[in-house]
Design a protein around this ligand. Structure first.
Ligand code: NDP
Length: 499
């Protein structure tokens, strides 16, 4: 293991962690705790409180006070708010090693990915939204209301911060997905209560420390740890929450959507995916396409919402491309995240490993051909799995219709573009898709007809703070990131001044 920074050593020495409320770590009102496990070693690294209703009330109260009174966060000039967010992004970069190490320890992912996607991604997102504080605009509108006595209308809209935001995030990119929500919400002038996943809560608590150093006023960002069923449910049902922003599974998203409707709380849902990669005979360079498809599914152990977990390959090149992807998979070095030569780390938890293994077993039972991989753990301990590839003839298998969220790829051959579109769009999900061809007309036809919120041509999908992300169909409601991302946290006021 690489040397753990002094900052992280001090943070981890605490063992019994606390909530972060009103600018300070605070004990829970309850007694229950949850153990946080390092998935590479299966060793406990600390405990977090299981937040109960009183904890959630305290966090929402702090956020509400900070929004309305204490810190004047929303009344602060946009320039001053932007400066704090920019300072936050700089401090995340300065402490990226500590943050990335924390993510690797609790999530298992490769340290280079934790540095680039998690710490790097969070810094980039705060930097991006720091620039947006000064660019939130309404419109002036030429309306046609008749007025007596020569009076005239001056109508305009203004965007106002929506209020207290409940942010619920998954474990796969613990701090970068948190940043996708916290950064635009704070930039808009809202205050936030974050509930990280119980699997990966510590990196968020470390991030809170850094937020205070950046000068974020108390109560503007609060973190309540715990599980979804108790803590998450209390938070999403809280009457003083004005917006819920959720990233996670479609199953949980539906529960949260119902709760939001009961209270008429605003909600955006970034949910699951089963994204197709489509490789045509005329892909520029078939090796490049095969490596791109492999990177698109095996990065972060396949625990990526936009992972290309179904690959449709045109018949003429099916065998070659499938063989190349399989070779790329078989060559991957499997090791713990701090091994700098590792290409695949452990899955996040024992329960999740079991779920992925169950899918592999059902793929075999349903008659898909196992090309490489399987359920055997390649190492002595830790939640490791070999990259696994199946070949099938159609979409009629659970491994191709359901989200597995692990390093499992299913390949299916196709005849022509219509066939590829039929197979790719035959899914309850619609998050992302990749297309591999050098024919621009074909690429654009696919772009126009694929039912997906994000389409990449000749590259695996990557995220960028400037590019909106979200899904069609059961992959979600709304978009985050980009300009639309900030409007998630504002509400529109229409004004007419008669003069
Ligand atoms: P879950 O839906 O299980 O959990 C997501 C978050 O919701 C966790 O913090 C969880 O808490 C919490 N939660 C669970 N139940 C409730 C509830 N009843 N009320 C409130 N909160 C609840 O998803 P995973 O953590 O397993 O994450 C993987 C999923 O996330 C995949 O489906 C993936 O596709 C999706 N995802 C989507 C992305 C997108 O942009 N569309 C991006 C990344 C991931 P706890 O874990 O503590 O129980």
């Amino acid at each position: 293991m690489s040397n753990i920074t002094a900052r992280l050593t001090r943070f981890l020495a605490k063992r019994n962690h606390q909530h972060f409320i009103n600018g300070a770590y605070q004990d829970s009102y309850g007694e229950k705790q949850i153990a946080v496990i390092n998935p590479a070693t299966e060793v406990e690294i600390g405990k977090i409180p299981l937040g109960n209703k009183e904890d959630v009330d305290a966090a929402v109260r702090a956020a509400k006070l900070a929004f309305h009174h204490n810190s004047d966060w929303r009344k602060m000039s946009p320039d001053d708010r932007g400066k704090i967010l920019y300072r936050f992004s700089e401090l995340i970069s300065d402490h990226s090693e500590s943050l990335a190490q924390m993510v690797t320890i609790e999530n298992g992912k490769l340290i280079k990915d934790a540095l680039s996607s998690d710490a790097g991604g969070a810094a980039k997102t705060f930097r991006y939204y720091a620039g947006w504080t000064t660019k939130i605009e309404g419109e002036t509108l030429d309306i046609s209301q008749p007025q007596k006595g020569g009076r005239q209308n001056f109508a305009f809209t203004k965007r106002e911060p929506i209020g207290v935001v409940a942010a619920i995030v998954p474990w796969n990119f613990p701090i970068s997905i948190a940043a996708w929500k916290i950064a635009p919400a704070l930039a808009a002038g809202c205050t936030v209560v974050l509930k990280p996943s119980e699997e990966t809560p510590l990196s968020a608590l470390l991030l809170a420390e850094i937020a205070m150093e950046a000068g974020l006023p108390p109560g503007v960002l609060n973190i309540v740890t715990g599980d979804g069923r108790t803590t998450g449910a209390c938070l999403t049902a809280h009457k003083d929450v004005k917006k819920i922003t959720f990233t996670g599974s479609t199953y949980t998203g539906k529960i949260i959507g119902k709760t939001a409707m009961e209270n008429v709380t605003g909600v955006s849902l970034e949910l699951g995916g089963k994204s197709p990669a489509i490789v045509f005979n005329d892909a520029h360079d078939l090796d490049f396409a095969a490596n791109g498809v492999a990177a698109g599914i095996f990065r972060n152990q396949g625990q990526v919402c936009v992972a290309g977990s179904r690959v449709y390959i045109q018949k003429k090149v099916y065998d070659k491309v499938l063989t190349d992807i399989s070779h790329a998979a078989q060559k991957m070095k499997i090791s713990h995240g701090f091994d700098e030569s590792a290409q695949l780390g452990p899955l996040v938890s024992k329960g999740h490993l079991q779920k992925v293994c169950n899918y592999i077993n059902s793929g075999i039972e349903e008659g898909a051909e196992l090309i490489t991989g399987g359920t055997e753990n390649p190492l002595d301990k830790g939640y490791f799995l070999k990259p696994t590839i199946f070949s099938a003839l159609d979409n009629e298998k659970s491994i191709i219709s359901e989200e597995i969220f692990g390093p499992v790829l299913v390949a299916v051959p196709f005849d022509d573009m219509e066939d590829a579109l039929r197979l790719a769009n035959d899914s309850q999900f619609g998050l992302a898709a990749t297309v591999w061809t050098k024919d621009i007309s074909k690429a654009m036809t696919m772009v126009n007809r694929l039912e997906a919120g994000v389409v990449y041509v000749n590259s695996p999908v990557r995220s960028d703070p400037g590019l909106p992300l979200g899904g069609y169909k059961q992959s979600g409601i709304g978009r985050e990131l980009g300009k639309v991302g900030i409007y998630n946290y504002t509400t529109l006021k229409s004004v007419n001044i008669v003069y």
